[in-house]
Write a protein that binds this ligand. Structure first.
Ligand code: GLN
Length: 537
């Protein structure tokens, strides 16, 4: 097995500088030179995973094939690299402590006082190294969440120090992502905050090998020299990361700045020219659209892009594939009523009803489904959006007036969406939904089959409720059909309206599997149908 090189990415000055994007971009550059790379994220919060977090707190919860509920940065890793991540790629303080406490209860530390050092740090180190297990990786990029100096990230940074000590400096490096603020009053870029955060790193026994500097203005050689001198890094290891139009520009920018070059030099790995033809082709299509269409995203977390990150990125991939610019109109489902619905939705070329949990904004979602169905606007319902499509059809077409989901009304008369039997006894909320990859068999002559062009697919899930098969006969007919179901359990996976240009509801989350190199067929075909509607206006 390969002995991998370890790259640690830390953050200084502020959070939200885009460590995930820089890490994914570097990984893309290394992967495009034939190296086997993976990335992981260490999150210092105490939640065992982000599954129980409100998207307002921490953005979308991303789900992997193996059913882990993870940080949204894993979505960037998969979208940039076309790799499959797993639960090993996201570790939180909560998970580390949970593992250590379980070991303690089993008696694995019998006789010993269990402490942050060595027990917690050992567990962290094991989890960092464990990513290589069977993967035969050349390089492991480990992104440390938060900002240096945070109390809660201390054990992680101490573990990083120990890994570097054990692996040797020739096999490990630290990339510090920092902010160079611009003071418009004096017209200056300031290096002091970066000097301080590098000093904080040093107090923890870590030396930054490379500085990636987020900036809105070009860094002069003078500024770079100053940063190099005071932060103790080589001049060519001060990498400028200037604001760009799209996150998909970052790999190219990082290559131009030489981030992959200095990384490989550090490890004595011969650099070759990254093959980015496919990436550049995607960028070209993204930036040269032939048309512009409007898609409505109907949801309840519309104020923050991060809440629906993967859906938005999937639309970007699908837009580029169709050479069309997709403008996403956020539609707040809570405020959609019968008086304003036409004003809000009539200009749209396509409508997505988003996933979600709980009662808030549901009436608006059902109205949006009805509007899309009746007005023949291309429609994609995802998870809760698919469930609402079923309820809408049951109520408005099949006249099952009290059709509902038991998530909303536990004792409703007609539970067309109901808890899976396996879910009925479950009390704990964390990690207990139907999660991860499940098979779906697609019916021929459906929009889904046209999209996937195959019968058996596997998609990722994150839900507790399902279509209640006791209602199959009353709801489905030749106009509203089951286009895909699980081959073993017969759970409904896809519904379609056949008397409509493009109306598809999916119980799974296609957005978790769209990447730059493999835009998701459902999004590609939804955008294609929306473009058709736009062109026929
Ligand atoms: N709340 C619904 C369920 O649990 C849908 C979940 C979702 O949209 N991810 O089944």
């Amino acid at each position: 097995m390969n002995k991998p090189k370890y790259i640690f990415v830390t953050g200084g000055v502020t959070s939200s500088l885009g460590k995930g994007i820089v890490s994914a971009s570097l990984a893309r550059l290394l992967q495009s030179q034939g190296l086997n790379v993976s990335i992981q994220k260490l999150d210092p919060y105490i939640n065992v995973d982000p599954g129980t977090l409100n998207p307002y707190e921490h953005g979308e919860c991303y789900v992997t094939d193996d059913g882990a509920e993870t940080d949204l940065d894993l979505g960037h890793y998969e979208r940039f690299l076309s790799i499959n991540t797993s639960q090993k790629n996201n570790i939180t303080t909560g998970k580390i402590y949970q593992n250590v406490i379980e070991k303690e209860r089993k008696g694995e530390f019998l006789g010993k006082t269990v402490q942050v050092i060595p027990h917690i740090t050992n567990e962290i180190k094991e989890n960092i190294r464990n990513l290589n297990n069977k993967n035969n990786l050349d390089l492991i990029i480990t992104e440390i969440g938060g900002t240096v100096g945070d109390i809660e990230s201390l054990p992680f940074l101490e573990a990083v120090r120990q890994v570097i000590y054990e692996e040797g400096p020739e096999n490990s490096m630290v990339i510090h992502l920092t902010l160079i603020p611009y003071l418009s009053a004096t017209g200056e870029l300031k290096t002091k905050p970066t000097q301080h955060s590098v000093k904080t790193l040093m107090e923890l026994g870590l030396k930054a090998d490379v500085l990636v500097c987020r900036t809105e203005k070009v860094l002069s050689d003078e500024i770079k020299n100053k940063l190099a001198l005071f932060c103790n890094v080589r001049f060519d290891c001060v990498i400028q990361s200037i604001d760009v139009e799209t996150i998909y520009d970052v790999p190219i920018k990082m290559m131009d700045e030489g981030l992959d070059k200095v990384t490989l030099e550090k490890f004595n790995i011969k650099k070759s020219e990254p093959n980015l033809d496919k990436w550049k082709n995607f960028l070209h299509r993204l930036k040269n659209p032939t048309h512009q269409i409007n898609i409505g995203l109907v949801g309840k977390y519309v104020e923050l892009d991060d809440s629906y990150k993967s859906i938005l990125e999937s639309l970007i991939h699908a837009g580029a594939e169709n050479e069309v610019k997709v403008v996403v109109n956020s539609v707040h489902s809570e405020y959609l009523d019968k008086d304003n619905i036409s004003k809000n939705l009539s200009q749209l070329d396509g409508i997505i009803v988003a996933p979600g949990f709980g009662q808030r904004g549901l009436d608006g979602k059902i109205r949006a489904v009805e509007y899309a169905r009746v007005n023949k606007i291309p429609f994609l319902g995802i998870c809760l959006g698919m469930q609402m499509a079923v309820i809408e059809y049951a109520r408005n077409v099949k006249k099952i007036r009290y059709a509902n989901s038991t998530e909303i009304s536990e004792k409703c008369k007609d539970p067309v969406i109901d808890l899976m039997t396996s879910q009925k006894e479950i009390v704990n909320k964390g990690g207990t939904m139907r999660l991860g990859a499940w098979d779906c068999e697609i019916e021929k002559n459906t929009k889904s089959y046209e999209s996937y062009k195959k019968k058996l697919i596997s998609e990722r899930h994150r839900h507790r409720y399902e279509f209640n098969n006791n209602y199959s006969d009353r709801i489905f007919d030749d106009k509203f059909i089951v286009a895909g179901s699980n081959p073993d359990t017969k759970l409904v996976e896809i519904v379609e309206n056949t008397h409509h240009p493009w109306f598809v509801g999916v119980q799974f989350h296609p957005e978790y599997k769209s990447s730059v190199y493999n835009p998701h067929p459902i999004f590609v075909n939804f955008v294609k149908a929306s473009l058709k509607k736009y062109l026929n206006k």
